[in-house]
Write a protein of this length. Structure first.
Length: 263
């Protein structure tokens, strides 16, 4: 499956090198207190890049994605491409942790529910199979997936909702994880800042943007689309512009557009 963490401002990343300077530990999170609600406006007000995903309904497994950019936080948003098809979780989408009180309508995300999170989430790290010296086009931090890289989805683990090298920890305290290098659709992807540190146990883990298996496919909780478009998006993402993923049903997008100052 695929699921991860939400942040509302900054991330903490920890890297530990092996003898060959390969990645051994990578932790995505935010050093803040757990919140019951997220305030979307400050996130949007600071951002200059948005990846907007909408689905026809909560149970839809397909939808569309469009990129928006602005010159400065006070400028108007402008679309930089046409909507393109995407797929989401096998059972649709659900309000992510931090967005439970946005609306009384719609399901709420939980670990293993097969739903992609709805809300607003930072995008700040790229991952893939290729070595770092071949990924200069990516402006976001890049993490190479190794044969021992896991994404921990065990809710009892102290490493829940982290991407980590299992060979680097004193004790592996998880019994369930994705072995990311073994997943072909993770050849390249972006970590979505969902359910960040400290993560709410059981509210979902390891959420990514990644390569799809086709327009009729689905994920276990991520958002996936065409590989060429994904690589184009990765080249476009700029950490200085504080890129965000906005993921909602089309109905909720229309209802929240003005309040959240969306394009």
């Amino acid at each position: 499956m695929i699921e991860a963490r939400l942040s509302n401002s900054r991330y903490r990343m920890k890297h530990r090198n092996s003898l060959k300077a390969a990645l051994t530990v990578f932790i995505v999170g935010v050093g803040c207190q757990r919140q019951t609600r997220i305030s979307p406006r400050p996130l949007i007000d600071r951002s200059e890049q948005l990846v907007v995903v909408t689905t026809p309904s909560w149970s839809s497994t397909t939808g569309s994605m469009q990129r928006f950019e602005r010159a400065r936080p006070t400028s108007e948003w402008r679309a930089i491409d046409q909507p393109l098809p995407i797929v989401v979780g096998r059972t649709g989408i659900a309000w992510g942790v931090g967005f439970d009180e946005v609306s009384s309508e719609g399901p709420h995300k939980h670990e293993g529910d097969g739903k992609s999170p709805a809300g607003i989430f930072p995008l700040d790290t790229v991952f893939g199979f290729a070595p770092p010296d071949s990924t200069q086009a990516a402006r976001l931090p890049y993490v190479q997936l190794m044969s021992t890289t896991d994404c921990v989805d065990d809710t009892t683990s102290s490493h829940y909702n982290t991407v980590i090298d299992r060979s680097s920890v004193p004790r592996v305290d998880w019994t369930s994880a994705e072995h990311m290098r073994q997943v072909g659709q993770y050849e390249v992807g972006v970590i979505v800042g969902y359910n960040a540190m400290p993560p709410a146990k059981g509210r979902g883990s390891c959420i990514f943007l990644h390569i799809w298996a086709g327009p009729q496919s689905h994920t276990a909780g991520c958002t996936a689309f065409d590989e060429a478009k994904l690589r184009e998006l990765i080249k476009w993402l700029d950490p200085k512009k504080r890129p965000l993923l906005v993921q909602l049903t089309a109905y909720d997008y229309r209802n929240l557009r003005t309040r959240w100052k969306l394009p």
